[in-house]
Design a protein. Structure first.
Length: 315
């Protein structure tokens, strides 16, 4: 019975009804596309079938705008090359983005908020939305110089959606963020991961598959999880993970581990396959932080649960 209730779209619609301020961003875009949707309506990739093909996620990087970004001007030549090749590789690394002192300040902030009970580890060992409990972390994610670069990559203003902090390696199976945080047009999301300590093979490094973002976006319909007008699909998330593993094997994709130093940052494309390697030495921590950003030009939703995304603009 509980599982059936969780699959009922009406439950989510009722919840959404009471969060109008956090869902209103989608409404003008619904009207522009001619979608008959209320702010609280369910939403999935099926709703965009047959819309004009010129609404594409493919964007050329505006090098002139990028050159004018303060952050781009200050980073290493290696980092500049990564950003300029972002559309080809699907990721960009900025070394020493945070200083050791800045990383330690964030670690101390997280530790203090956990002790005070203002934050907590969830069942997946994630600390969600610390941006809403900490000015330090909110300001780190909303750094204007960083968002300026992200906005160029997105082709529209980058809006901070969420943060996730980790004390251990996530050990999350390989996935694309677009199954969790989906947009129309596709590609209107960026992930930013920052190492808050040195990462080795022992403490569960992040891994990714360069170029995998060029593969199709695998959504509910690709593994029989679309559901119907009243209920979400019945498939488990493990079914999605199995599908991604099959695609990786079929495409013979190369896995890369990110052995980051404290303060290093990686930006990844909405569709880049990535995950967390096993955390082999459980005595060691793997402190890190993820921010996700939506484009203001995109309709933002969650494909699996078919919910529009709640975006809180201010703390």
């Amino acid at each position: 019975m509980i599982q059936l209730i969780k699959r009922t779209k009406l439950v989510y619609a009722i919840y959404n009804f009471f969060h109008k301020n956090q869902l209103a961003h989608n409404v003008p875009l619904y009207k522009k596309l001619g979608l008959q949707k209320k702010y609280y309506s369910s939403l999935s990739s099926k709703d965009f079938a047959g819309l004009p093909k010129n609404l594409s996620e493919s964007l050329a990087i505006d090098k002139q705008k990028l050159a004018a970004c303060a952050l781009f001007s200050s980073i290493s030549d290696r980092a500049k090359e990564y950003i300029l090749s972002f559309n080809d590789k699907g990721f960009a690394i900025i070394d020493n983005y945070l200083s050791v002192q800045q990383a330690e300040a964030i670690n101390a902030e997280i530790s203090g908020l956990l002790e005070q009970g203002k934050l907590k580890l969830n069942e997946r060992n994630k600390i969600m939305f610390a941006i809403h409990a900490s000015s330090l972390i909110w300001n780190t994610g909303n750094n204007e110089d960083l968002k300026e670069v992200l906005s160029v990559l997105l082709g529209g203003k980058a809006i901070l959606f969420q943060s996730i902090n980790f004390l251990k390696g996530s050990e999350q199976a390989t996935h694309s963020d677009s199954i969790h945080m989906t947009t129309f047009p596709l590609g209107g999301l960026l992930g930013v991961w920052i190492a808050l300590e040195d990462i080795t093979n022992e403490n569960g490094p992040l891994h990714y598959y360069p170029g995998s973002h060029k593969l199709p976006y695998y959504l509910n319909g690709d593994y029989g999880n679309e559901g119907n007008a009243f209920f979400l699909g019945k498939k488990s998330y493990a079914d999605y993970e199995d599908m991604i593993a099959e695609r990786i094997k079929a495409q013979k994709l190369e896995k890369v581990k990110f052995f980051a130093k404290k303060g290093d940052l990686i930006i990844w494309h909405a569709n880049l396959f990535h995950g967390g390697d096993p955390h082999l030495n459980k005595v060691k921590t793997r402190k890190s932080m993820v921010f996700h950003y939506f484009s203001e030009n995109a309709i933002c939703y969650h494909e699996i649960t078919q919910r529009p995304a709640l975006i809180r603009q201010y703390r």
